[in-house]
Design a protein around this ligand. Structure first.
Ligand SMILES: [Zn+2]
Length: 323
């Protein structure tokens, strides 16, 4: 697409003929894709994992330490080190399994960042309450990260502020406390597969697990493509991306297949700090949003630009399977 400055007005109007403004959160796909440039043959992505050390339920046969051990060995087998895991400290002090899971993550050469102490939604807190929750997490980060840089922050539910005032207040607090924001450009709600996986395990439903594996990869492929096209719409071109994953048992099970999928699409891997050196990450859409959204989605929201076509996540089947 050749239109750049002001393109969201002109191209947005053209795109409006083919697509609608309901985003991935709304799960309402438009009827046809807008014309976009071909995707890059060698996109770059940083993997990130949220909700350490206790992402998702603890299913039969699993421990937090076991999940962290398997996940870090998969990352190392793929020559990935320094991957950021975003930690919630709630419950860690009383749980030796969670403590060991954090030690395993760090000992494997991975990093931790702040994801608040108890994972509140910013839209249901005041800025001051939210900032206090971030600060409450710092003693544990200091304890486990040692001399590594833990001053990266991931907003729970990707909620960056329900109003512009709240957004600015929290951003100013983060900046004055030395944090960088770990934005997300690629997100396929990987954690939505974990509860169904637990149910299928309990029922020994192998056909159910097989469907979960197939649909997880299909959804990943679709939403990663959508995220990259959304980057094109938001910034005029793809940018080095940040993929949101969660430290759940199902994503741990699926990671080797997911890495294979990414490699098959030409992806190269880079660290979060390196990816966020791209100038796009210094842009600010200056928008208050009641719900969480990815970084490029925020730019489309503020401009009311149409989203590209996407096949929605199979939420109904995820909810009903193995009941
Ligand atoms: Zn989270």
């Amino acid at each position: 697409m050749s239109c750049m400055r002001g393109w969201w007005l002109t191209c947005g109007m053209i795109l409006g003929l083919f697509a609608q403004t309901s985003g991935p959160a709304g799960q309402t796909p438009p009827t046809a894709s807008p014309k976009l440039p071909a995707l890059s043959r060698h996109p770059v992505v940083a993997l990130t994992f949220d909700d350490l050390p206790a992402g998702g339920g603890l299913h039969p046969g699993y421990t937090r330490t076991g999940i962290a051990t398997q996940l870090t060995s998969e990352l190392r087998a793929a020559h990935l080190k320094g991957v950021y895991g975003f930690m919630n400290g709630d419950g860690v002090a009383d749980d030796p399994d969670m403590q060991q899971a954090l030690r395993v993550w760090i000992a494997a050469g991975m990093n931790i960042g702040n994801h608040t102490f108890s994972h509140p939604a910013l839209s249901s807190e005041t800025a001051a309450e939210f900032e206090q929750n971030i600060a409450m997490n710092e003693p544990l980060l200091r304890q486990y990260a040692g001399n590594r840089d833990w001053h990266w922050f991931r907003f729970p539910y990707l909620e960056e502020g329900a109003t512009l005032q709240q957004r600015d207040e929290v951003r100013n607090w983060l900046q004055s406390h030395g944090y960088r924001i770990a934005e997300v450009t690629l997100n396929f709600n990987d954690d939505d597969w974990d509860d169904p996986y637990g149910r299928c395990l309990v029922k020994h439903d192998e056909a159910g697990v097989a469907w979960l594996k197939q649909s997880y990869l299909q959804n990943a492929e679709e939403f990663i493509r959508l995220g990259r096209e959304t980057e094109q719409l938001a910034f005029g071109h793809e940018i080095p991306g940040v993929l949101l994953l969660h430290e759940t048992s199902f994503t741990t099970l699926m990671l080797p297949s997911l890495l294979q999928l990414l490699r098959g699409e030409g992806f190269r891997f880079a660290s979060l700090p390196k990816v966020e050196r791209n100038p796009a990450y210094s842009l600010n859409p200056n928008i208050g949003l009641p719900n969480g959204d990815s970084f490029p989605d925020e730019f489309l929201d503020v401009r009311r630009t149409a989203y590209p076509y996407f096949e929605p996540e199979p939420v109904q089947k995820l909810d009903s399977i193995c009941r």
